[in-house]
Design a protein around this ligand. Structure first.
Ligand code: DGJ
Length: 726
């Protein structure tokens, strides 16, 4: 519901769970009065409070009482230069000089449903209401629209902004700004690098500005465009947690500022560093999804997951795939691939993915990116025989592309050496021997589209892995980074419209572009190039904060692991990959009979529970340096899985239990453990409330004895339990 009270100029956006209260302030800008748990639509004007007098060195506002100081107010879309010394939400120059603006409220509209952004990812939620607040600066003849969509059924709001005008140079335009009355929050962020993406970091917010950003051309593995604010005592199941996630795949910035008055400001949007836009008419920012939870981090994540699954991700099947990358790298030919497909079929694989190396003369990573035609020496029959073999088994077939790149050793570069991003007269900065195509130029994008559709029209392709393996350098025009992303979205949209049945998986050296913007086009993304089960525990934990299990590409690979050299059991590799899209990335021809038999059974186990895993509610139970555990409960609360992982064995740690949340209190459940033979071993029958309050014992096998049974359970231990209503 959205209401506007003409008497006190207050907007109240609310549903059963949350309230968001805004006010047209005395200077006619929009102020924030409240965001949090639902409050009554009563006495709302009490929320607005001013100082009695002007705090020293804090300017007030001409024509308004002295206590009205912008620096001490909660402002919805703050400018700079008028008395608020915090970071502004926007910054512009009119006719190349004037930057002091006064955007004032001129009207608003309340509409049913959402208002779509064109050419950009967006959350398609019809069960909602949208408030559009129109602001205008008459002196420079420019308008700003602030958009707020509140969900009917989730404690969440989508925000963005749009500006209209002429002769305006934009230096910054945040998607939104939110000020808070107190700063007693902690900041959760997801940082990292290649192969260690989405590290969960939680810190106190001290005075000053904390900036989390990317200047890499992708949203990046270094900083995900997600943060959460939590109270000190917030844990997985209790306390306040407010999550913010930007739907954008390029350079972004998140500013969290604790002011001298201990107010907190969060503004998020396209990175204003190396950004500029000459406005000829309108410019609309990407959307931000804001989720409020008063039941801890788990509830916050569950809401993100529900919203993304219901309103962002394209509907898809949960195919168990086999990808040949770690199995063969570039070293394959038709015969090897056909044999791999035969073997994949015998294991129960649904989708075979041919990764890098099938095109041009791609025998290594020095050549051929940009040449999207068959490598005829490796694959003399094109993809025909390979696809026929897949179809014979009723298996789907997928293909790898890296559309945004070229190697200098490619026909594309030989013909169009101006297509790559490069500054004339300056040194080059290759990365993995490759160069970024200048996607800010539409003719470059169209060339790649034409090449791709030749393959996609000719062959029956069910899945595309869309890779992007470098950060962008050499851009010498501040408008290009954003144009690049807009055209990337354009190309993805065009391909998706033409091939409605193709499932797209995103990838950027793993998670170098794992964001909600890409998820709109590619409903699953390869979470990390690191397939080591132990490292993945941290990577997937962090990623799961905002992004659902069903979006996280996760595969079982061989040991010693190719990235870390670590030896781990097939069980822990399975249990980690199951909290993702679940697939295999190895050469099945190298598996022994015992491994094959186990994998066959594991795929059956996954398929049996895939619906619960992909569409259930995820509960974190523990995640510390040594142990991680989750449960995932289906929406009907009739089935749940409990995953437990331990990094290193510690002797004599005592008996501990794992509590299973989210079940029906007064219903009975059978709990079983999946043993090494992949059989369900009954543990007992319990009420939902018992499992919630006491839980089940973790297996007591860490006694220091090294007998045959316990030998298996050493470091990197794991358990998988099934909980079924009876
Ligand atoms: C990087 C990806 O993340 C890998 O999975 C693989 O597709 C390689 N690129 C291929 O070059």
């Amino acid at each position: 519901m959205i209401t506007f009270n003409k008497q006190n100029n207050i907007f109240h956006l609310y549903n059963n769970d949350i309230s968001y209260v805004l006010m047209i302030l005395k200077n006619k800008e929009i102020g924030k009065l409240y965001f949090g748990e639902r409050i009554e639509n009563d006495n709302l004007e009490y929320l607005y409070k001013e100082f009695n007098s002007e705090p020293s060195i804090t300017p007030s506002f001409e024509g308004i009482n002295k206590g009205f100081c912008l620096d001490t107010l909660l402002r919805e879309y703050p400018d700079f230069g008028t008395g608020d010394f915090r970071d502004p939400a926007f910054d512009l120059e009119y006719e190349n000089t004037k930057s002091i603006v006064e955007y004032e409220y001129v009207g608003h509209e309340i509409i049913k449903g959402y208002k779509e952004i064109t050419g950009m990812p967006h959350i398609k939620v019809d069960k909602s209401q949208t408030l559009l607040i129109y602001l205008e600066d008459k002196l420079i003849n420019s308008k700003i629209t602030l958009k707020y969509t509140i969900f009917d059924e989730y404690p969440a709001v989508i925000r963005n902004a749009e500006i209209e005008g002429k002769n305006i140079k934009l230096n910054k335009l945040s998607s939104f700004n939110m000020d808070f009355l107190d700063s007693n929050y902690e900041l959760i962020q997801l940082n990292g690098h290649w192969a260690r993406e989405c590290n969960y970091t939680r810190n106190e917010i001290t005075k000053g500005i904390h900036k989390i950003d990317s200047k890499r051309g992708t949203s990046s593995a270094v900083a995900n465009p997600f943060i959460a604010l939590t109270r000190k005592n917030t844990d997985f199941d209790n306390g306040e947690a407010i999550g913010f996630n930007l739907l954008y795949s390029g350079n972004f910035s998140i500013n969290v500022e604790r002011s001298p008055f201990d107010l907190l400001r969060v503004n998020i949007g396209i990175n204003d560093f190396y950004f500029s836009k000459n406005l000829d008419s309108k410019f609309e920012t990407p959307e931000v999804l804001i989720v409020y939870s008063n039941k801890g981090i788990n509830k916050m994540s569950q809401v993100f997951h529900d919203i993304y699954r219901n309103y962002l991700l394209a509907k898809k099947e949960n195919y168990v795939l086999l990808n040949n990358w770690e199995g063969t790298y570039f070293d394959f030919n038709e015969e090897i691939i056909l044999n791999m497909i035969d073997s994949a079929n015998s294991l129960g694989i649904d989708l075979f993915v041919l990764d890098d190396g099938w095109f041009g003369k791609r025998d290594d990573d020095f050549r051929s990116l940009g040449d999207w035609y068959i490598h005829s020496e490796k694959l003399p029959n094109g993809l025909t025989k390979i696809i026929e073999r897949c179809k014979q088994y009723n298996m789907k077939f997928g293909l790898w592309f890296e559309p945004e790149m070229a190697n200098k050793d490619s026909d594309l570069y030989r013909k169009h050496n101006d297509y790559i991003i490069q500054t004339a007269g300056r040194k080059d900065h290759p990365s993995r021997n490759q160069h970024t195509l200048d996607f800010s130029r539409i003719e470059v994008v169209e060339n790649i589209y034409d090449q791709m559709i030749k393959i996609l029209d000719k062959y029956e392709i069910d899945y595309i892995k869309w890779d992007m393996n470098r950060c962008i350098t050499g851009i010498d025009n501040k408008e290009k980074y954003h144009l690049y992303i807009k055209n990337l979205y354009y190309l993805l949209e065009k391909l998706k419209n033409r091939y409605k049945n193709i499932l797209f998986e995103g990838c950027a050296s793993g998670g170098n572009r794992f964001d909600a913007g890409m998820l709109y086009y590619t409903p699953q993304i390869w979470t990390s190039d690191n397939t080591d089960a132990i490292d993945r525990l941290d990577i997937q934990f962090g990623t799961s904060l905002a992004y659902p299990v069903t979006s996280q590409g996760s595969h079982v690979s061989v040991t010693p692991n190719h990235q870390t050299g670590r030896m781990t059991s097939l069980e822990i590799r399975r249990n980690v990959a199951m909290l993702g899209t679940f697939g295999y990335e190895l050469n099945p021809l190298n598996l022994n009979e015992d491994e094959k038999e186990k994998i066959r059974k594991d795929i059956k186990i996954y398929k049996k529970y895939a619906k619960t895993i992909n569409y259930g509610d995820l509960y974190r139970i523990i995640h510390d340096q040594n142990e991680t555990a989750y449960s995932v409960v289906n929406k009907e609360k009739s089935e749940a899985l409990l995953f437990y992982y331990k990094r290193v064995i510690k002797i004599g740690t005592g008996l501990k239990t794992l509590k299973i949340k989210g079940l029906k209190e007064n219903f009975k459940y059978k709990v079983s453990r999946i043993n090494l033979n992949r059989e369900e071993e009954k543990i007992g029958i319990f009420y939902g409330s018992f499992l919630d309050k006491f839980g089940i014992y973790r297996e007591a096998r860490f006694s220091g004895q090294r007998d045959e049974e316990n030998r298996y359970y050493s470091d990197y231990d794991t358990d998988l339990y099934v909980i079924e209503e009876i």
